[in-house]
Design a protein around this ligand. Structure first.
Ligand SMILES: Cc1cc2nc3c(=O)[nH]c(=O)nc-3n(C[C@H](O)[C@H](O)[C@H](O)COP(=O)(O)OP(=O)(O)OC[C@H]3O[C@@H](n4cnc5c(N)ncnc54)[C@H](O)[C@@H]3O)c2cc1C
Length: 368
C-alpha cells in the first residue's frame, strides 16, 4: 500500500498534483480551508497564456493527465490600446490564450479539476485549514499567494455585446501593468492589474471602465466587483522537510503579467512526479520553471522601465503579426537576460517593499 499524500490547497496547483498522484495509485487527501474550490474567485474569465512555450497549453494539460471538462475557448486576437496610438487590431495564427472561467460554479477550471479529482478517488476535506508546518508525512503545499506583488481590481458583468478582447497599456489606468476586458457569450470580465500605486486601485478601476465603455462600446450590466492579488518570488529550495511547495505558494508566477495558471499546473505535475519517481523536486522545477520565471522578471523590469515608450514598441511588434512568437522569444533565456537578472531582482524586491503592505483594504468585496 502506497503512503497517503496530503495536499494543502485545492487550487489548480494542488489539484493537479492530486490528480497525477492518484492516477499513479497514491491515496491522496486534499485539505481546503474554504467551503468550495475557487472560493477567492468570482466567476471571472482568466487567460491560459499560449505564448511562453511552443507546445500548445491544451496539449500540456492533456499530457499532464488533465481532462478538458471545463469551459475553454481559444482567442486569436483582440484590440490593443497604447498611449498616443490608434487602437491596434492584433491577430495571430495560433490561439494567443484560452479563456477559462474561475470560481466555485459549474464549468470553471476549478470545478472541472475538483470533479476529476473526486471521480478518481481523491478525498477532499473542505472547511479544513491545515498549517503546512503541522502536516505530517509527504505533503504538497499549494496554498496560493501570501503577499501582493500585483493587485487586481475588476468586475464581472452581463452584456449584450459580442465576444471580444481588449487590452490597455497605460500607466494612468494600470501603473506598470495593464487592463483587460474579455467578453464571451454575454458574460464579461474587466480588470486593471496594477504593479505599483495600489492605493490608486479604485481610481484606476473607474478610468478603465470609462475607457472600455467609450472606446469599445462595452455595455455593462449587473456588474459585481472583485479583487485579488498575485505573488512572485524566487527562493533556492521549494522543499521543506517532507513538504513540496507548488503554484503561487512557491512564488511560481509569470512576473511580467501574472499569468500564473500555467505555472500552477506545471509545478503541481512536477511535485507529483518527484513523489512518484523519487526524483529531486528542486532539480525538476529549476530545470522546467526557473528559466522562464527569471526571464519574466527581466521582462517585467524592462516593461516597467521603458513605460509608455515600451508599450508602443510592443504594440508595433504585435501588429507585425505572430505575437506569440514575438513573446516566446522574450521568454527564452539569453546572455542579455542573464546580465539583466540581478538589477531586475533588485527592482522586484524594491517594488515589493514599497507596495506590498498597501494592498489590504482596497476592495469592498471578495478580499482575502
Ligand atoms: C483576479 C485574478 C485574475 C487572474 N488572472 C489570471 C489570468 O488571466 N491568467 C493566469 O494564468 N493567471 C491569472 N491569475 C493568477 C492565477 O489565478 C493563479 O496564479 C493561480 O490560481 C494559482 O494557483 P494556486 O493553486 O497556486 O493557488 P490558488 O488558486 O490561490 O489556490 C490556493 C488554495 O489553497 C487554499 N488554502 C490556502 N491556505 C490553506 C490552508 N492553510 N489550508 C487549506 N487550504 C488552504 C485556498 O483557499 C485556495 O483554494 C489571476 C489571479 C487573480 C486573483
Amino acid at each position: 500500500m502506497k503512503e497517503t499524500i496530503n495536499v494543502i490547497g485545492a487550487g489548480p496547483a494542488g489539484l493537479t498534483a492530486a490528480i497525477v498522484l492518484r492516477r499513479h495509485g497514491f491515496p491522496v487527501r486534499v485539505y481546503e480551508m474554504s467551503p468550495h474550490v475557487g472560493h477567492r474567485l468570482s466567476g471571472d474569465f482568466q487567460g491560459f497564456e499560449n505564448w511562453s512555450s511552443e507546445r500548445d497549453v491544451t496539449a500540456v494539460l492533456k499530457e499532464t493527465g488533465i481532462e478538458m471538462n471545463f469551459l475553454y475557448v481559444p482567442y486569436y486576437g483582440g484590440t490593443l490600446f497604447a498611449p498616443e496610438m490608434k487602437p491596434a487590431e492584433i491577430s495571430s495564427d495560433r490561439p494567443i490564450f484560452y479563456l477559462v472561467r474561475r470560481g466555485p460554479m459549474p464549468g470553471t477550471l476549478d470545478t472541472g479539476l475538483k470533479e476529476q479529482a473526486l471521480s478518481m478517488g481523491v478525498e477532499i476535506l473542505f472547511n479544513h485549514r491545515l498549517d503546512p508546518g503541522s502536516s505530517t508525512g509527504k505533503t504538497v503545499v499549494g496554498t496560493g499567494p501570501k503577499r501582493a506583488d500585483a493587485a487586481i481590481v475588476g468586475i464581472t458583468f452581463n452584456t449584450d455585446g459580442k465576444d471580444t478582447v481588449g487590452v490597455i497599456f497605460d500607466n494612468d489606468i494600470a501603473p506598470d501593468g495593464y487592463a483587460y476586458v474579455m467578453v464571451h457569450e454575454g458574460r464579461g470580465t474587466m480588470a486593471a492589474v496594477l504593479y505599483r500605486d495600489f492605493r490608486r486601485g479604485n481610481e484606476c478601476f473607474g478610468k478603465m471602465l470609462d475607457f472600455f465603455r467609450d472606446k469599445m462600446d462595452i455595455d455593462v450590466k449587473d456588474e459585481k466587483r472583485f479583487g485579488g492579488y498575485g505573488n512572485i518570488f524566487l527562493r533556492d529550495t521549494q522543499i521543506q522537510g517532507d513538504s513540496l511547495y507548488v503554484g503561487e505558494a512557491a512564488g511560481f508566477q509569470d512576473a511580467l503579467w501574472g499569468f500564473g495558471m500555467r505555472y500552477a499546473v506545471m509545478s503541481g505535475r512536477l511535485a507529483a512526479e518527484s513523489l512518484i519517481n523519487g526524483s529531486n523536486y528542486d532539480m525538476l522545477w529549476k530545470r522546467e520553471l526557473k528559466p522562464m520565471i527569471e526571464t519574466s522578471l527581466v521582462n517585467r523590469y524592462l516593461y516597467a522601465g521603458f513605460g509608455h515608450t515600451g508599450y508602443r514598441h510592443l504594440t508595433r511588434q504585435f501588429l507585425k503579426g505572430r505575437p506569440c512568437d514575438y513573446l516566446r522569444k522574450h521568454y527564452e533565456p539569453s546572455f542579455l537576460k542573464r546580465f539583466l537578472l540581478p538589477p531586475a531582482k533588485r527592482h522586484h524586491d524594491r517594488q515589493g517593499m514599497m507596495h506590498r503592505g498597501k494592498f489590504h483594504g482596497l476592495f469592498n468585496k471578495n478580499q482575502r
